[in-house]
Design a protein around this ligand. Structure first.
Ligand code: MN
Length: 722
């Protein structure tokens, strides 16, 4: 329906009976005159737009000067009229408002980040001169958003983006709840048309069911309140669409949980009744812990007051209830605008003091602040108290929750940047990864292909994006490591039974065992289960070998991977085969390099292998020295470990009867035992014995070697390192 001047005048005189309406009438005539001949995109007369804006301002119960400004807001920008002319006809107050609006309309949002700060500064300065400027601007933007449809899609998106980024937050900050909600919904509609459409459809489909539910709950609340003699109005309605969308996104709520998407509001007579009503609600339905908020005791920065609670409702569903007084409700809906509502013939009282304090403060500060970046920093803290704005080195801005770390920032840019984040520079200085970012920081992420997410990151990231991506990676990594470990175990153990692992893969035998015997998807799945220790290696061997053969080998000692395997079995107490990776508490998978096979007591160094954890080598191992130094990592032996490790020694002796028994005795006497022995005789009457023995550490090994050397006819004992 088309708004007429009469409607506007009537509305003003309803909330402000003694108001002098002449200025509004005069503004209507003036605006009609100067906009004459101009049309909107739709072809309707341009005057429609200022009329609608003025009408929105009457909904906000603004004073006649502001309503007149609504009618005049585009005259200086779009016609030949000047501010001087406005001042001449309407006085200094209205001229100042129109001038402020003209200045805002000339701010170009075309250029991206580099100008954003300056734009904010200009808007804020215009606002701070008289906050009514921004209220008119919000009304203007609201009508433009309501009539966005005929514009070109790219233009629509641009305006919607700007509304979502700048005007909706401003409406929120000055507390005009319904304008904020409508601006968000309209922006959402043009920014995410598909998601918006789907949500509209779903809410409509649930219409009937929802109405019934709302009526039922409202009736129950009413009965309970009247039992205690408390009067109040109860409303129940769905949250605005964008609010629903955000809630679904943030909390992963399924849409069919519609009850969560409905808010009930109780408006009662006094603050005392608010708390009484809360008590009644809490005694009727069980409150959800942690959801009660007392914004009456502690109002929000935009002066919002209310009690919020969530209870388990009549159908076992979560039910959100807000309780407030009429006055609080007015502030919630109109925010700062509420302070212009006519009070006892006094157009402006100074009650708005605290609501304005932040804005005045800004105006004061901006004189001292050196550049617009600094200004923006301050403004954004105030407009978006829960967010920090940080920049990439190229100057594009990222919005993160307060407390965000460089890791959150890295994932906000790209998942791969997060996965390979090795370090971060903030404002040019290296910082720890758990550093908390602050407004205006320029953040540079250092990536390295060899760096990967760590469990520890989960202790300090705050964005759900970073959290889910890290978890995902860790889960994959654990699987990759288990597969590699499983394969290692299989190869080693199969060898002992003269089975060639690779051949079993090629001939399909292994795959068929995996599928038929264990019900697994493929070989990788089988290896993973072996790696995790879920399927004991002997169980697998049992499927491939006749029982006698398996039995024969059973006593033949423990796999040298057993200690690593044990770690997977007993998750509660991680064991790392007696090796500690320096500076990392996580139970990183450790395995011993086959090439040098270090023993406790040896100087060791770790090598980060792809997908197979850390391989521990002797510091002097040639293989280690040949690899990329970047991938070396400090490791050390854990103290007081009860593990034994296998080691090979080479013993030369004369080929004499009884000598083998003597050597075996000496080894046993030294608290060690022989795992395997390989004995060769030479033509010159000597014997070369290779023993694989188990020892605790190098000291233990030395003791064994000494004992062997004491035997007569033993000529040489040495440790085999490769
Ligand atoms: Mn306009």
């Amino acid at each position: 329906m088309v708004v007429r001047l009469e409607d506007i005048l009537e509305k003003v005189s309803l909330y402000q009976p003694e108001a002098d309406l002449d200025i509004v009438k005069k503004a209507y005539v003036f605006s009609g005159m100067v906009h004459k001949g101009q049309t909107r995109v739709t072809g309707e007369p341009y005057l429609m737009h200022p009329l609608e804006v003025a009408n929105i301002l009457t909904t906000l119960k603004m004073d006649p000067d502001t309503v007149a400004t609504g009618l005049l807001h585009d005259t200086v920008e779009d016609t030949h009229t000047t501010v001087e002319k406005i001042e001449e006809v309407f006085g200094a107050d209205v001229a100042l408002l129109v001038d402020g609006l003209t200045k805002i309309s000339r701010i170009s949002f075309d250029k991206k980040e580099d100008h954003e700060a300056e734009n904010f500064r200009k808007i804020l300065i215009a606002m701070a001169r008289d906050i009514r400027v921004i209220i008119v601007k919000l009304a203007d933007r609201l009508h433009n958003m309501r009539t966005l449809e005929p514009l070109r899609p790219d233009k629509r998106r641009k305006i919607a983006r700007e509304t979502m980024d700048i005007y909706a937050p401003i409406a929120n900050r000055i507390g005009i709840g319904w304008v904020k909600a409508e601006l968000e919904d309209l922006s959402f509609k043009y920014l995410e048309p598909e998601k918006y459409g789907r949500l509209v459809m779903m809410t409509e489909r649930l219409g009937n069911e929802r109405e019934l539910y709302i009526d039922k709950v409202m009736g129950e609340i009413e009965t309970k309140l009247s039992e205690y003699g408390i009067e109040g109005t109860i409303t129940g309605r769905p949250k605005h669409l964008y609010g629903i969308y955000k809630k679904m996104e943030d909390q992963d709520i399924e849409f069919d949980k519609i009850h969560d998407l409905i808010g009930f509001r109780l408006i009662v007579d006094s603050v005392r009744d608010c708390y009484a009503a809360l008590g009644i609600v809490h005694s009727a339905w069980r409150p959800v812990p942690g959801r009660f908020k007392d914004y009456i005791g502690i109002p929000k920065p935009n002066l919002y007051q209310s009690l919020h609670t969530t209870v388990i409702g009549p159908e076992g569903e979560r039910m959100e209830i807000q309780i407030r007084t009429e006055e609080m409700h007015r502030v919630a809906e109109y925010g700062i605008a509420a302070h212009w509502m006519y009070k006892e013939g006094k157009a402006h009282d100074n009650q708005e003091g605290s609501a304005f304090a932040w804005l005045r403060q800004l105006l004061e500060w901006q004189k001292d602040l050196k550049d617009s970046g600094e200004f923006m920093d301050t403004v954004k803290v105030d407009l978006f108290p829960e967010e920090v704005f940080v920049f990439t080195p190229q100057g594009s801005v990222k919005e993160l929750p307060v407390g965000a770390s460089p890791i959150d920032f890295a994932y906000a840019i790209h998942t791969d940047i997060g996965h390979n984040c090795a370090g971060a520079k903030v404002d040019g200085r290296l910082v720890p990864l758990r550093h908390r970012l602050r407004n205006g920081n320029v953040v540079e992420i250092i990536t390295s292909e060899n760096h990967h997410p760590s469990k520890e990151w989960l202790n300090f990231v705050v964005t759900s994006k970073a959290r889910t991506r890290i978890r995902h990676w860790l889960r994959d990594e654990e699987q990759r490591m288990s597969i590699a470990l499983g394969r290692d175990i299989c190869e080693q153990e199969f060898k002992k039974y003269d089975l060639v692992y690779a051949r079993l893969i090629i001939n399909g035998e292994l795959e068929s065992v995996a599928k038929k015997e264990f019900g697994l998807a493929d070989i990788a799945d089988l290896e993973m289960n072996i790696g995790f220790g879920k399927i004991p290696i002997n169980t697998l061997l049992g499927k491939l070998l006749p029982p006698e053969k398996l039995e024969k080998m059973r006593d033949k000692k423990v796999s040298r991977f057993r200690s690593v395997l044990n770690r997977f079995k007993s998750k509660q107490k991680p064991q790392t085969g007696g090796v500690q990776v320096k500076g990392v508490d996580d139970d990183i998978m450790v395995r011993f390099a086959r090439c040098c096979n270090p023993l406790p007591g040896d100087d060791i160094m770790g090598f980060i292998s792809h997908g197979q954890g850390v391989a521990v080598h002797m510091s002097s191992c040639q293989n280690l020295l040949n690899v990329d130094p970047e991938r070396r990592i400090d490791v050390e032996w854990q103290k007081d470990q009860d593990l034994t490790r296998p080691v090979k020694i080479r013993v030369e002796c004369l080929n004499a009867k009884g000598l083998l028994a003597a050597m075996s005795d000496a080894i046993n006497q030294s608290d060690s035992n022989v795992r395997s022995a390989d004995i060769k005789t030479t033509p010159d009457g000597r014997a070369i014995n290779i023993f694989e023995i188990e020892v605790k550490d190098t000291k233990h090994l030395k003791g064994v070697m000494k004992a062997l050397l004491k035997i007569k006819k033993v000529t040489k004992v040495e440790r085999i390192k490769v």
